[in-house]
Design a binder for this molecule. Sequence first.
Ligand code: SER
Length: 323
Amino acid sequence: MPLNFFNVVLMQKTILILGACGQIGTELTLALRSVYGNSHVIASDIREGSKDLMASGPFEILDATNYAAIEDVVMHYEIDEVYLMAAMLSATAEKFPMRAWSLNMNSLFNVLNLAKENKISKVFWPSSIAVFGPTTPKEMTPQTTIMEPSTVYGISKQSGERWCSYYFNKYGVDVRSIRYPGLISWKTQPGGGTTDYAIEIYHKALSDKAYTCFLKADSKLPMMFMDDAIRATMAIMKSAPENIKVRSSYNLAAMSFTPAEIAENIKDHIPDFKILYEPDFRQGIADSWPSSIDDSRARADWGWKAEFDLDRTTGEMLRNLAP
Ligand code: SER
């Protein structure tokens, strides 16, 4: 059939994002809308999100733990792909272990089961560096290695990875996943993560020229600027199925730094910026995670390459957050 306007529109897939109002969901929704068209990307969350997000396309109030409600939306909009971005992050999950387990696991089962029943054809589910634990090699952590996560969040992500792999092998579910490092962004505030300090520090540098960090000066963690994370997410989802050889989740890396290093970097722009250290319970979480990640499998399988280092990230953050 020759391609014309009408059958191109008919071939256009429709995407549902669960947890669209969160830190990643907000930017991912806007990015997907710019590629697939606003009306083809349905945002959903348990509450409304930013003005930009709400104004740019369809939105549904939707609880990711409610299978029947998700199924209704999937049927109504004839959804092809689901991105499951709803989750409770590491620091909050330590305070509410059962709620974290229930949200993080039930939402995943809902989406995997919709795919198993052929109601959707493709799933994106984010994993995290939190799948690793104190016994994992810390530097250049390999794709396949010891994984004994010691946090509630990490246990849920590690279990989730096993289920993704199981649904792919057993039922042929096309589920794709990335182990995100700490994500740095300026459009939407993060919520309840251990790596959130690397965002707060820019806000406080601009407002107070001082920041009290809840991690120690030398806690080195893997990090990534949000634009890279969105690009990676869209790239893995666009890649041909045969390229996706890891069906648990891919290691992904961009940069690693300590609180002391990011503070020095900020001082290049704001010379009298001061940092103090008052480590709290999140130090224990950070100590259990890797310092740097080997992402060679993602590079080889679907052509991943990070673009933002710490200098570029600091420049973008300070420019965009400046009053
Ligand atoms: N950034 C997340 C957190 O700190 C890790 O996936 O919880």
